[in-house]
Design a protein around this ligand. Structure first.
Ligand SMILES: N[C@H](CCC[C@H](N)C(=O)O)C(=O)O
Length: 278
């Protein structure tokens, strides 16, 4: 019994997508162990996030998101565009972070990501503080913005994101106890009223070529600080996303989604029997 998968990416942030809406694709219990084994780029299929589609009572389908370390999380912007493409947008997608809508646009897929949350306990943080300019510092990275866009982000505005030692500082910040659920770490430079350059150390993954929720969080953080207008282009190593923060609709992220190839695997190769109940 083999399990089918679709390999996809959004600006190089890549995913292995499993579709468990089809009972014939009954999956072993999807858990941290299986997700991290499949995501492993040496011994597994390899991806930043493992995406599992399941039936949903609330929307067209449910999307579960597992980081490469196996942690299940609330939101993944690039994957939301990818599964919107795969399913056929328009689509209403249930996630742990809320019900999202994906619709086709002339530059790919547009996703309404909901409203950002800035309260310290919504990020969440370990104690109360001003999230507009958090009194925190890790060497030259100081006073980030804290925001939750379905998942938690810290945004540092710096002169040059590519001059930051993310491999060293990223994991230090990601796992600091001030972030009880860890954090996605963004370093950004505002280059115009409608342009931001961004790099992201992702919670549970590390440096990625792009992070959709990071682009959303960074855009609204810059808007809160009055650094940019309400619609900006965020350029990541893998390419650009357009982020707009509308009063009523919340954040709208628009960008490409790509299907790379399809394949299948035998769960027994990962120590799991297909079809075993969750
Ligand atoms: N690492 C993120 C999840 C994936 C976010 C990123 N891939 C995106 O496109 O939003 C987290 O733990 O919250």
């Amino acid at each position: 019994m083999r399990i089918d998968f679709t390999k996809m990416h959004g600006l190089g942030n890549d995913f292995v997508v499993l579709d468990a809406r089809n009972p014939a694709q009954a999956l072993p219990a999807m858990d941290a162990a299986l997700a991290s084994a499949l995501a492993n780029r040496r011994t597994g299929i390899g991806c930043d996030q493992l995406i599992l589609l399941e039936p949903s009572e609330l929307g067209d389908f449910r999307m579960r998101i597992f980081n490469a370390d196996g942690s299940e999380v609330e939101a993944c912007g690039n994957a939301t565009r990818a599964v919107g493409l795969l399913h056929g947008a328009p689509a209403r997608i249930e996630t742990l972070g809320g019900l999202l809508s994906a619709t086709p646009s002339d530059t790919g897929i547009a996703v309404e990501m909901g409203q950002p949350r800035f309260d310290w306990d919504a990020i969440p943080l370990a104690y109360a503080m001003d999230t507009h300019t958090m009194p925190l510092a890790w060497e030259d990275l100081t006073n980030p913005v804290g925001v939750n866009v379905g998942n938690p982000h810290a945004i540092f505005f710096v002169p040059d994101p590519y001059a930051v030692d993310m491999e060293r500082l990223g994991p230090l910040i990601e796992t600091d106890p001030v972030f009880p659920e860890r954090i996605n770490v963004n370093v950004a430079a505002v280059t115009a009223r409608d342009a931001i350059t961004l790099r992201v150390w992702e919670r549970g993954v590390g440096l990625t070529l792009a992070c959709g929720t990071g682009a959303c969080a960074t855009a609204v953080g810059a808007m809160k600080r009055g650094l940019v207008d309400r619609k900006v282009t965020v350029t990541l190593p893998g390419g650009a996303l357009v982020i707009e923060w509308r009063e009523d609709d919340g954040i709208v992220m628009t960008g490409p989604a790509t299907e790379s190839f399809r394949g299948s695997f035998d769960p027994a190769d990962y120590g799991f029997a297909a079809g075993s109940p969750d």
